[in-house]
Ligand binder design. Structure first.
Ligand code: BGC
Length: 761
């Protein structure tokens, strides 16, 4: 009897349940993402589709209830598909709940400007800036940082990081250098791809990862005179071989899925409407399968600023037809775009393409299954111990030692008993860098605090003296006087100088987004402070806290030691102190060239041979203050002559170059071995004097040696010839290996290629 009942029940269950609503396919997680996207798209009205292409900024202060109501209203009506800076999990959940009131219940994709941790959100881990990560010359640090940041973001209800910045920093006046990985395409590509991978872990399928967004597409770091928003004239050859390389690699190697447009123009065309770049090259040639988001209100600026559209609707139309998929940000987009589609000036296929990709991201991220985040989760995830440890470890490995005279560093506690620390950046949050909102004081170790506690372990006393913090306004003359008088009581002075980097402190900010300069020296009266301090006869150690490279030749030539710490993040004070006391032996290298003066802009290490030709300028040579790839250590290294496995290569052949690197000093340390290539003659097209093609950071015990090998592949030798074919040309090449980009730091071996042949790209 029992068996019969069970059978009846099974039969009943397998019959169609008349009347019960059938779950639509797109809500079934067992279905493949492509099918779910197609099913959902087929159910959507035009209005619902355009809503998905629209984004609002959701950053809300306590005093903004009206804004909150507006955003909740558009979310509940389905007029937005995305927001960014929803700064608490509760707020992110409120927005998702509003989206759940829409007919199709499509969750909201929540973005964040997570440049170095989720630092725009209160109480998160603030890692060093990207320029610090680039200075480590080891992509593993940024991969790990991005992984940890993904966990923090997801626990806070965000799913999408608007970074890495894959601009090449080619003009030191530009304010955004700190958020880049420097001037070199290979380093930018490696760091950017590692960051994407850390965020996404492949194709970002899952509820514990975020989708990355490479930006700013493209060449934002090359705008004329370093002016954010302006543009450049860049020919196709340079675009393809230099600026597009990181994007090409990110698509091919790192599953890049979203790209943000760039404020600048290229050859007078705003990047947001450049169909050739966005669609013909990125999608059709390189195979980019994700979606584009515009940069902040740049679509409105097509009408208001660039004046390439007579009204907003024309601007949106130009952008969407060129390949733009999502609008950042605000009202004004939804209705005119619906109208434009109805008028037939935006094709429906373009809309479907855009919406499909946006939906694909939401499905992969698991948002349909789990739109809400557990509001308790962030308490366990954010600022967990491992994240803080990594923020410190990355900072330690990112500090570049530029000068060290008279064996000043590491500090010798037998001689140095009392240290005075001062300067505008000695005891504040400039160490955090740009893209940071206010953070609790107790989460940050300033330079003065770090130095005080590390010095105490060595029996050394540290006192901090405030000479004022506003570099823009200038330091207080009276306070400088007092500091100089005080110096008499101390054995050594530490000066934390540089730039004002705090985003929310506009009056004192001198570095960061939209903070370009006409000079690259120490701003205000900082140099006076350094000079007067040096005149006291006390040893002076300068620590630069900044994001754009600073050029102050007097400091370089006169102080006893100079550290480029960039913006080393929440644990920056500890890391700097550990370097000063030799607990950490600095092993970082510059990811940018530091010029002798602003007039040298824009020289960079991979210039063409006709640039350094002849003597130089009237005032100086065309050599930098510090070359790209440069950085000192407390130990010394010897790099052997390079040995090449095969010095003559035929068609499509590769080879390997090997050096032995030895720590010849008496302290453990890291060296970054760098390999550059130069094509001796290239038919009709001038090629750079050298290009970085490989690097490896190695740790060595005193007297230890290691072999370091680099592959030399056809792609590394190839270039775009006169007819824009990417090819290897027969002829001779120089392979240069050393510990910086400067000729004097390199040893060379010759390579010959016997045949010309095309290389796929
Ligand atoms: C920046 C972007 C950023 C956006 C939103 C823009 O001004 O260029 O990098 O994602 O603002 O904050």
């Amino acid at each position: 009897m029992k068996k019969i009942l069970t059978l009846l029940l099974l039969v009943a269950c397998s019959l169609p349940s008349w009347g019960a609503p059938k779950t639509p396919l797109y809500k079934d997680p067992s279905q493949p993402v492509e099918k779910r996207v197609a099913d959902l798209l087929s159910r959507m009205t035009l209005e619902e589709k355009i809503g998905q292409m629209n984004q609002y900024v959701a950053y809300i202060n306590e005093d903004a209830p009206e804004r909150k109501a507006v955003i909740l209203d558009v979310a509940a009506k389905g007029h937005i598909g995305s927001v960014f800076q929803a700064n608490t999990p509760e707020w992110a959940n409120e927005l998702q709940k509003a989206a759940m009131k829409t007919r199709l219940q499509i969750p909201i994709l929540v973005g964040a400007d997570a440049v170095h941790g989720a630092a725009m959100i209160w109480g998160t881990t603030v890692y060093p800036m990207p320029i610090n990560f680039a200075s480590t010359w080891n992509p593993e640090y940024i991969r790990k940082m991005a992984r940890q940041t993904a966990l923090e973001l997801r626990s806070l209800g965000s799913h999408w990081s608007f970074f890495p910045n894959m601009d090449l920093a080619r003009d030191p006046r530009w304010g955004r250098i700190g958020e880049t990985f420097g001037e070199d395409p290979l380093l930018v590509s490696d760091m950017g791809c590692a960051m994407i991978d850390g965020y996404q872990l492949g194709d970002f399928t899952g509820t514990d990862r975020v989708v990355a967004c490479a930006n700013h597409f493209v060449a934002g770091g090359s705008a004329i005179n370093g002016i954010n928003f302006w543009g450049s004239d860049i020919g196709e050859r340079t675009l393809r071989s230099t600026y597009l390389k990181p994007y090409y690699d990110a698509v091919k190697k790192a599953n890049l899925f979203t790209i943000m447009g760039s404020h600048n123009t290229i050859n007078d065309i705003p990047c947001h409407i450049n169909k050739w770049l966005m669609t013909d090259i990125m999608r059709d040639e390189y195979g980019f399968k994700g979606f584009y988001v515009s940069d902040f209100t740049d679509l409105e600026r097509l009408h208001e600023t660039y004046m390439v559209a007579r009204d907003h609707q024309e601007g949106y139309t130009l952008a969407i037809n060129a390949g733009m998929d999502m609008h950042m940000q605000g009202p004004g987009f939804y209705e005119p775009v619906i109208e434009a589609v109805k008028k037939g000036i935006i094709p429906m296929e373009r809309v479907d393409e855009a919406v499909s990709r946006i939906l694909e991201a939401k499905f992969r991220l698991g948002l349909f299954e789990q739109p809400l985040v557990d509001e308790e989760l962030h308490k366990r995830v954010v600022r967990q111990k491992a994240h803080g440890e990594h923020a410190l470890e990355a900072a330690r490995n990112s500090i570049v030692l530029l000068e060290n005279r008279n064996q000043t560093l590491p500090l010798q506690p037998e001689k140095i008993k009392k240290i005075l620390v001062t300067g505008p950046n000695a005891n504040n949050k400039t160490i955090l860098g740009d893209w940071t909102n206010p953070q609790p004081d107790e989460n940050i170790t300033t330079i003065a605090e770090g130095l005080t506690s590390v010095a105490a372990e060595h029996g050394v006393q540290v006192d901090y003296f405030n000479v004022g913090e506003n570099i823009r306004k200038g330091l207080e003359a009276e306070k400088i006087k007092e500091a100089i008088q005080k110096a008499a009581d101390y054995d050594l002075i530490v000066l934390a100088l540089g730039e004002g980097t705090i985003r929310y402190d506009k009056p004192s900010r001198t570095d960061g987004e939209n903070t370009d300069r006409t000079d690259i020296n120490l701003l205000g009266n900082q140099l006076e402070l350094a000079q007067q301090m040096k005149a006291t006869g006390k040893p002076v150690v300068v620590v630069y806290i900044n994001m754009r490279p600073i050029s102050e030749p007097w400091v370089s030539a006169n102080v006893d030691a100079l550290l480029e710490a960039w913006c080393p993040g929440q644990a920056g004070g500890t890391a700097v102190a550990e370097v000063l006391f030799g607990e950490v032996n600095p092993g970082a290298k510059l990811p940018v060239t530091i010029l002798q003066s602003v007039g040298q802009a824009r020289l960079y290490y991979s210039m063409l041979p006709n640039a350094p030709f002849r003597n130089g300028y009237v005032e100086m040579k065309r050599t930098p203050l510090y070359p790209f790839g440069y950085g000192k250590s407390y130990t010394t290294f010897e790099i052997s002559e390079p040995r090449i496995a095969k010095s003559v290569l035929g068609r499509e052949e590769a080879t390997t170059v090997t050096v032995t690197v030895t720590n010849t000093g008496d302290r453990k340390g890291d060296e970054v071995v760098q390999m550059y290539i130069r094509d001796d003659y290239s038919y009709g097209v001038v090629r750079p004097i050298k290009e970085l093609k490989g690097y490896q950071r190695v740790s060595l015990e005193p007297k230890e040696s290691k072999e370091v090998s680099f592959d030399i592949t056809p792609e590394m030798l190839a270039y775009y010839d006169l007819d824009m074919n990417f090819k290897v040309e027969e002829g001779t090449f120089k392979i240069m290996v050393g510990n910086s980009s400067a000729d004097k730091d390199q040893k060379t071996v010759a390579l010959k290629v016997t045949e010309s042949y095309p290389v796929a790209r």
